[in-house]
Design a protein around this ligand. Structure first.
Ligand code: AMP
Ligand code: MG
Length: 407
């Protein structure tokens, strides 16, 4: 058994970066950017109106009021997409809509609400005095030409996608998705939807894994529940080693008589880096490497495999895509947290804000077979080894489940 930190260092040393590919803007949601996004023009790209109204020379509106309006001659219209070609002379105005280019000669916009209204009559009465630049969105006021907008490594969310579209990128270089094989082992497992026989249980872990791989931005290429027999394991794994970047197994790596997964990995030439880590749950964690594949053997207990995935596999998949590993934060315990004498201890937990402080408590269901402990959880709490439980008021590490928020 090796220490938690030692195991982390070994994993980190073996992570490799995936290549990149060009993807159309409509398909980039959730992907990791592999190029910097540079503004190829200033934004706004031209001076334009922030309001529906009249483009004027502000000088012409001096002294205008409700009682004493100024009359201006309407000489043209500038609408979004169809700029006016006329330049404004003293005493004139141009009907100018939101987003429309400011006509030459104009230096201010009067809102239509501050006039007698749009009309075909040829004149308009302006009832307020405006100032230079009023309601004009200036070219480059938001972003300068050549500015770096988004750096590579960022996950593409609506914010990034919107900004990228604004600057006209039709396709982007993004990191390739990690190709992942997931499998479970156990003669007792049957698929949800079928009828349970005696001694059988439903396979839940692979459904958790599939969802997690999707959520982090990977792609499940191979998925199977394999009987506890060496030939079936060998067949699946030799194919997975040839085609996948990461293999993740659930079960079959403990000390049980039918726990063959580790044996078959080694038989197929996988280099074992460690097999047991000082952590609870999930001590029998296997980590190995093939020619170009990382292999994680997680234990079968549903809480162990779920927490194991989040703590060990998720950050690796993020790093392979060039994404920064999500940060952990510190919360203050509201209830005791059971530490282990020589093992790192994880439990699903709830974290929330109280009096401006992040506070948290572990799930009351602590067994590694009790998957319902994840239902209320929005985080995983983790504590280093120690002789006594951590007490209320003491700090603890909080690893938010990336798709959960504080409610
Ligand atoms: P193992 O690591 O194979 O010894 O399995 C440990 C425990 O986890 C046993 O109770 C298994 O029945 C259970 N288990 C293994 N695989 C799964 C799975 N895919 N879904 C749910 N439970 C599982
Ligand atoms: Mg088993």
């Amino acid at each position: 058994m090796i220490s938690f930190q030692e195991a982390k260092d070994i994993v980190n040393k073996n992570i490799f970066q995936l290549g990149s590919e060009l993807v159309g803007l409509a398909q980039v949601g959730g992907r990791v950017l592999a190029q910097d996004i540079i503004a190829s023009f200033p934004s706004p790209i031209f001076d334009n109106s922030a309001m529906d109204g009249f483009a004027v020379r502000y000088e012409d509106t001096q002294g205008a009021s409700q009682e004493n309006p100024v009359t201006l001659k309407i000489v043209s219209t500038s609408s979004a997409g169809t700029p006016s070609k006329i330049s404004l002379k003293p005493g004139e105005c141009i009907q100018c809509m939101t987003g429309a280019k400011i006509p030459d000669g104009a230096n201010s916009i009067v809102m239509v609400e501050d006039s007698s209204g749009f009309s075909d009559l040829g004149t308009v009465q302006i009832i307020i005095e405006t100032s230079e630049g009023k309601h004009i969105r200036k070219m480059g006021e938001e972003i300068k030409d050549g500015e770096t907008l988004i750096q590579k490594g960022r996950t593409l969310t609506p914010s990034e996608i919107g900004t990228i579209a604004t600057f006209g990128y039709g396709e982007l270089v993004v990191s390739k998705k990690p190709k992942v094989a997931i499998f479970g082992t156990g003669d007792e497992l049957i698929e949800p939807g079928k009828k349970l026989g005696e001694g059988q249980i439903y396979n839940s872990n692979l459904y958790v894994f599939k969802e997690l791989v999707d959520k982090v931005g990977g792609e499940v290429l191979m998925q199977d529940v394999i009987k506890d027999d060496k030939d079936s394991l060998r067949g699946f794994l030799s194919r997975a080693l040839k085609t996948c970047d990461v293999i993740i197994s659930s079960g079959g790596v403990s000390m049980g008589r039918y726990d063959y997964v580790r044996d078959i990995f080694i038989e197929l030439g996988v280099v074992e880096h460690f097999w047991k880590v000082a952590q609870k749950p999930g001590k029998p964690l296997f980590f190995g490497t093939g020619d170009s594949t990382l292999i994680f053997g997680l234990p079968g207990n549903p809480v162990s495999s779920y927490i194991g995935f989040i703590e060990w596999v998720w950050p690796v998949l993020e790093t392979m895509m060039g994404n920064k590993e999500s940060q952990k934060v510190t919360g203050i315990l509201k209830t005791p947290f059971p530490r282990e004498k020589i093992k790192y201890r994880f439990l699903f937990g709830e974290a929330w804000i109280e009096d401006g402080q992040l506070v948290c408590q572990p799930s009351k269901k602590m067994g590694s077979h009790m998957l319902s402990s994840s239902l209320k959880a929005n985080c995983i709490l983790g504590a280093m080894e120690g002789d006594n439980p951590l007490q209320p008021g003491e700090p603890i590490q909080v690893n938010f489940l990336p798709w959960k928020t504080i409610k």
